[in-house]
Design a protein around this ligand. Structure first.
Ligand code: DGL
Length: 269
């Protein structure tokens, strides 16, 4: 029975291509796991929408994935994790990994001066989810959160290190730098693509925490603990999108860092 479940895929979802950076981290860490990814490209972005709307979308995708069935769910979107994780945990009897807690834990462990920066979408920052998670671990840590909405289109456009990317990073990050943060959480799926320019602006002494890498680490721990970890064999990777696949494939390959095949359209009510 358990070995059947072991072979089930891990369900991963995001508003669009962004979660492919998280999938990249998962596949690097867990190369034998089958995965099914949903990109909600018909309704992207989530970062500017309300908690209620994003939660409804997340539950619809959770229903779709749970019927596949999957053995675990990864909410590979910071905004959906900030808004919908509790609702998903209440609804689905599956191990569920979000983006917030794993990155908060790593940031607290990494920070020496107790000043942590968080960058993300407007929704993620407004939710205060990272601040709560960090203060739950270490109440005295100072948290500075800042939305960087232009980073999403810059990453999708592939403008990762030109003048526009650099000026945007300076404008968004200078206040955080002045405040002396020594650790910054990349609290949005798109930001790992801009790591270089972000690091250049913040300076060498600032540690960047990639929320996708931390979520992949948590997922590994969870699968091992529950005896659901696949240790060998080939792995399949399927993709579903709620709009036509062409743009997802075109933009997504740089996010995944590899070829995208087996992409189908799905309507999610
Ligand atoms: N994936 C989203 C996140 O990590 C960014 C893109 C969006 O706004 O939908 O918050």
């Amino acid at each position: 029975m358990k070995s059947d479940v072991k072979n089930n895929a891990i369900g991963i979802f995001d508003s669009g291509v962004g979660g492919l950076t998280v999938l990249h981290s998962i596949v690097s860490r867990l190369p034998y796991e089958n995965t099914v990814y949903v990109g909600d490209t018909a309704r992207v972005p989530y970062g500017t929408k309300s908690a209620r709307t994003v939660t409804q979308y997340a539950i619809g995708i959770g229903e779709f994935l749970s019927h596949i069935p999957v053995k675990a769910l990864v909410v590979a979107c910071n905004t959906a994790s900030a808004f919908a994780l509790d609702a998903l945990r209440g609804r689905f009897d599956l191990p569920i990994v979000g983006m917030i807690d794993p990155a908060a834990r790593r940031a607290v462990a990494a920070s020496k001066n107790g000043r942590i920066g968080v960058i993300g979408t407007v929704g993620t920052v407004k939710s205060g989810a990272y601040g709560r998670a960090i203060k739950h671990i270490s109440p005295d840590v100072e948290v500075l959160a800042h939305a960087c909405p232009l980073f999403v289109p810059l990453a999708e456009e592939g403008w990762l290190s030109n003048d526009i990317a650099r000026l945007s990073a300076q404008k968004y990050l200078e206040p955080m730098k002045r405040h002396g943060v020594d650790t910054v959480i990349l609290g949005c799926t798109h930001y790992p693509l801009l790591k270089e320019v972000i690091s250049e602006v913040l300076g060498e002494g600032v540690t960047l925490v990639d929320s996708g890498d931390e979520a992949a680490l948590d997922l590994e721990g969870l699968l091992v603990d529950r005896g659901l970890h696949r240790k060998g064999g080939g792995a399949s990777h399927r993709f579903y999108v709620t709009d036509t696949p062409d743009r997802f494939v075109e933009v997504g390959e740089s996010f995944l860092g590899g070829r995208l095949s087996d992409v189908s359209h799905v309507d999610i009510p």
